[in-house]
Write a protein that binds this ligand. Structure first.
Ligand SMILES: [Zn+2]
Length: 300
């Protein structure tokens, strides 16, 4: 069964006019339930995140700041959010969800979080709508519990997975792969184990051929036993922040490449949702919904 992490807190209100499309965390599960891609029983509400799970990845001074909601104006601006207790609680819930998804993926093959992919969170700071790095926290959890030996992070959000790259810079058991818009945020990029920067306007055909080649090579050379997939849909041509040129169909084909590769190679996979900032919310929901549709048809 496809297990999906979600909680009402995922759709935490932001001040009117904030550019982060928070409503997608409410609309997407509704759409998936409405069309019958998932049922209520697929959804689980995450447990609490423990302090030791956070501190296995993040700096204790930074964790203290989160607990006390104690940020300078500049730190808050960098996070992209008005940081509040509620928003921090939301992030903590999302992060616990990804850990539980990792457990469910070991059991069922694949699990998904209707949020997360918070790849701009660094060891000691928040950036770009990301406070705690869910993929890093769940990957570290698997390593510490000896439930995985070699983890591959496939980060296909249009923005580079800079926080994840920094966190695992010296961890050989996690291979960080990021394919992103060359001219997209962050302008100053970190070094992942493999970075593939793409030109503005890269189309479906070029994108899919580069991804297919890279993915097959990595599965071969790195021999991972677990995959985290950051499935951001800000690769769409319609995205306001992204600079690539994918169609919704191309984005779905991208999801298929990753999810089918995991299935064929018998690798547990967790998808964290990632970004999506198209002008029309319908494009965002349709592209994200495709990731869930592909997961159901491929794995279940
Ligand atoms: Zn993004």
């Amino acid at each position: 069964m496809l297990k999906i992490a979600w909680s009402p807190i995922y759709n935490h209100p932001l001040p009117q006019g904030h550019r982060f499309p928070m409503e997608k965390y409410d609309l997407l599960p509704k759409q998936l339930l409405h069309e019958g891609t998932i049922e209520e029983k697929n959804i689980f509400e995450p447990r609490e995140l423990t302090e030791s799970e956070v501190l296995a990845v993040h700096d204790s001074e930074y964790w203290r700041k989160l607990q006390n909601v104690d940020f300078t104006r500049q730190e808050e601006r960098r996070s992209g959010f008005p940081i509040t207790e509620g928003l921090i609680k939301r992030e903590i819930t999302i992060n616990a969800g990804t850990i539980q998804c990792a457990e469910y993926a070991l059991q069922y093959g694949m699990a998904m979080n209707i949020a997360g992919g918070t790849h701009h969170a660094f060891t000691n700071r928040a950036e770009g709508f990301c406070l705690l790095n869910d993929i890093a926290i769940a990957a570290r959890y698997l390593l510490d519990k000896e439930k995985a030996k070699k983890i591959l992070v496939v980060d296909l959000d249009v923005h580079q997975g800079n926080g994840t790259a920094e966190i695992f810079r010296d961890e050989k058991r996690v291979f960080t792969f990021s394919m992103h818009g060359e001219h997209n945020y962050p302008l100053q990029k970190e070094q992942s184990d493999l970075d593939i920067p793409l030109k503005d306007g890269t189309d479906d055909k070029t994108y899919l051929s580069i991804l297919n080649q890279a993915l097959n090579k990595l599965l071969d050379t790195e021999e991972p036993d677990f995959i985290f997939f950051q499935s951001g849909v800000d690769v769409l041509k319609t995205d306001k922040l992204g600079r690539l040129g994918l169609t919704i169909q191309g984005c779905k084909r991208r999801d298929q490449l990753v999810i089918e590769a995991a299935k064929i190679n018998d690798l547990p996979v967790v998808a964290s949702m990632g970004g999506g900032y198209s002008e029309d919310i319908k494009h965002i929901i349709e592209a994200h919904a495709n990731t869930y549709r592909v997961a159901q048809t491929t794995f279940f």
